[in-house]
Design a protein around this ligand. Structure first.
Ligand SMILES: [Zn+2]
Length: 130
């Protein structure tokens, strides 16, 4: 592998390069590219830092009380969301009932008014008759 590597090809190999999983030829080709390319070199440093950080976190396990708190909090959150869903459904039903009741009372009011007007007209008509 004597040809020069492109930045894209190097980026694809950086993770394996940091784990030293490449062939000797690839390791030296990538190393050569990194010594002359500031961008890929910075990316390689970022990957190495990230790997160190992940190794650090792998060695840490949360205390049982912390784990309990996280589980408790998650359960509370789930309950809260269930309640929110239920109250949304209740609100929707109430809105439908209110609309139906409103339509019913409006209809009754209009009917009564129409009847009253009809009676008024009738009375006016009869009083006009000689
Ligand atoms: Zn590069």
């Amino acid at each position: 592998m004597a040809e020069r590597l492109t930045c894209e090809a190097v980026r694809d190999m950086l993770s394996a390069f940091n784990d030293e999983e490449l062939s000797d030829e690839e390791m030296s080709a990538v190393g050569e590219h990194l010594s002359s390319c500031a961008n890929c070199s910075a990316e390689s440093t970022r990957i190495a830092d990230l790997k160190r950080l992940m190794q650090y976190w792998n060695g840490i396990s949360p205390s049982p009380s912390f784990r309990e708190k996280v589980v408790e909090r998650a359960q509370r959150e789930i309950e809260h969301r269930k309640m929110a869903r239920v109250s949304k459904a209740v609100l929707a039903v109430l809105a439908v009932i209110l609309l139906a009741a409103g339509a019913f009372f409006l209809g009754r009011h209009l009917k009564q008014r129409a009847e009253a007007e009809f009676e008024t007209d009738l009375t006016a008509e009869t009083s006009l008759r000689p």
